[in-house]
Design a protein around this ligand. Structure first.
Ligand SMILES: Nc1ncnc2c1ncn2[C@@H]1O[C@H](COP(=O)(O)OP(=O)(O)OP(=O)(O)O)[C@@H](O)[C@H]1O
Length: 259
């Protein structure tokens, strides 16, 4: 978090689906090595924002700028499909809520990890296999299961495999959409610990969408609170959650405390 320029910066983002404003004049910055959570209720615009920030969805207005490893500032919208594909392959990672969206279920666990290395130029079979085994270990999957298909894995294992597949190429910025959603509470807790350790160890910048305050509290340095497409509050996680200024954030926090 010490670098002097944001890795991602968005300004004036607006997006409508018919009469519904999904995003309304949203601005946001992410610094290298920083975990930012986008927090809000269902329908507040979190997923739309993540998709616009990663170039998957065009905005009606505004711009998103990404600073790449070479220091070049790339407009996420308007640089073309090839530029976006390059970023997705070499600089970004994606962790989807449903691991099936981020894995190839008919390719072995080791293959899921190894093929990402091949996509960025690795060619030595033994080296790729060794790196895949090491990453399986890092996400607490027994490397003996390397040749098994992920469709035979539990939901928690599939999610850990998706994380290995995403992180093996050392992306600089990772987009995560409810990465622990849909899992049992005990599985969630273990996965959150694992994500936290990996993200801190690798010094990754992360943009995380969640409706779960506990997830945001555990993982994020900074929070962006959204309501009806607008950012109503942002700041350091502890400040926002312990001393919320906006009445909507106060409501969000107190409804969790009352639960
Ligand atoms: N493809 C679409 N077509 C029409 N309306 C959409 C579309 N995608 C999102 N919306 C609307 O835009 C608003 C923001 O949706 P979005 O999915 O970004 O919210 P969210 O906070 O991620 O919600 P959830 O947690 O339920 O995924 C909602 O009112 C939603 O109904």
């Amino acid at each position: 978090m010490t670098a002097d320029a944001p890795i991602l910066e968005a300004r004036g983002l607006s997006l409508r689906f018919g009469p519904v404003p999904a995003l309304d004049d949203v601005a946001l910055r992410v610094w290298p090595g920083e975990v930012v959570a986008i927090l809000g209720e269902s329908g507040s615009g979190k997923t739309s924002l993540l998709r616009v920030l990663s170039g998957a969805l065009p905005a009606d207005t505004g711009e998103v700028l990404y600073r790449d490893a070479a220091g070049a500032v790339v407009p996420v919208h308007g640089s073309g499909e090839a530029a976006l594909r390059r970023l997705a392959r070499t600089e970004w990672g994606f962790v989807h809520q449903n691991p099936r969206d981020g894995l190839r279920l008919n390719v072995s666990a080791g293959g899921n990890v190894g093929e990402r290395l091949m996509a960025v130029g690795a060619r030595h079979y033994g080296g790729i296999r060794a790196a895949a085994a090491e990453w399986l270990r890092r996400v607490e999957i027994d490397p003996a299961r390397m040749d098994d298909l992920p469709r035979d894995f539990s939901g928690g294992m599939q999610q850990r495999l998706q994380i290995a597949r995403t992180l093996v190429t050392r992306p600089r910025l990772v987009f995560m959409d409810e990465p622990t959603g849909g899992l049992d509470v005990s599985v969630q807790a273990r996965l959150l610990d694992l994500i936290r350790a990996l993200v801190a160890g690798l010094g990754l910048a992360v943009l995380l969408v969640t409706h779960d305050i506990a997830v945001a509290r555990l993982l994020a340095h900074r929070l962006v609170v959204m309501r009806r497409g607008r950012v109503v509050e942002h700041g350091l996680t502890d400040r926002v959650l312990d001393d919320p200024q906006h009445e909507y954030t106060q409501l969000l926090v107190s409804s969790v405390l009352a639960a």
